[in-house]
Design a binder for this molecule. Structure first.
Ligand code: SIN
Ligand code: MN
Length: 205
């Protein structure tokens, strides 16, 4: 049996096929209002292999000049981010165990060869809320470690409809995506994987 770090929960098949299809429609509508953009790493300006966008009052962005941050507007269009779909707000209510709503939902889109290096989600002020992550589309190989970069890591496959929660002592665990398994899901017409991460950014007053 795979032992996940303390505070990390994996809920396989959390979303039914119908719920997944509904969520894809919701995300299509988000992407129409807030198109995917290619983020760049701080300092080097190197392009990340995922494309991303956000919904919520705040969105996570990164570029060469100003680095990782949350901001209220789309970096290309300058428009406010669209609202977080009701389906995701409900998922947060059901699974986060946190009394306040999420403020940001980062939408990552992975083509067949995209991946994401090991990192912590630590640009938020509030680490009391968990990060809730939803996988849609092709399966990926997800890696999760401890709260130090050199800690032991374990790898698991995330399928469409799976949810991962990083909360409590697992909130700052290193994690990343080593690879996508192309054509493992028929959910997205043109293939690929969508990952949605819901986060609380500011401390509730
Ligand atoms: C992320 O850490 O932002 C994405 C994780 C994932 O794609 O599963
Ligand atoms: Mn992350």
């Amino acid at each position: 049996m795979l032992v996940l770090p303390k505070g990390v929960r994996h809920i396989p098949g959390c979303l039914s096929p119908d719920e997944q299809r509904g969520l894809v429609e919701d995300i299509r509508s988000v992407v129409t209002k807030a198109p995917l953009f290619t983020p760049r790493m701080p300092r080097t300006g190197k392009e990340m292999s995922v494309r991303m966008t956000n919904c919520g009052s705040l969105g996570w962005v990164t570029d060469k000049e100003r680095g990782y941050r949350y901001q209220a507007t789309h970096p290309v269009s300058g428009a406010p981010w669209p609202d977080i779909p009701a389906s995701l707000m409900k998922l947060w209510e059901d699974y986060s165990g946190y009394a306040h709503p999420p403020e940001a939902c980062l939408v990552n889109f992975y083509e067949d060869t995209a991946k994401m290096g090991l990192h912590q989600d630590r640009d938020e002020e509030d680490f009391d809320a968990p990060v809730l992550s939803v996988s849609l589309g092709d399966t990926c190989l997800f890696r999760i470690g401890e709260t130090t970069r050199s800690g032991r890591t374990v790898s698991l496959k995330l399928d469409s409809g799976d949810v991962i929660l990083l909360g409590g002592p697992g909130r700052l665990c290193y994690h990343g995506v080593d690879r996508i398994y192309p054509a493992t899901s028929a959910l997205l017409k043109n293939g690929g994987r969508i990952n949605l991460t819901l986060r609380r950014v500011t401390k509730p007053t």
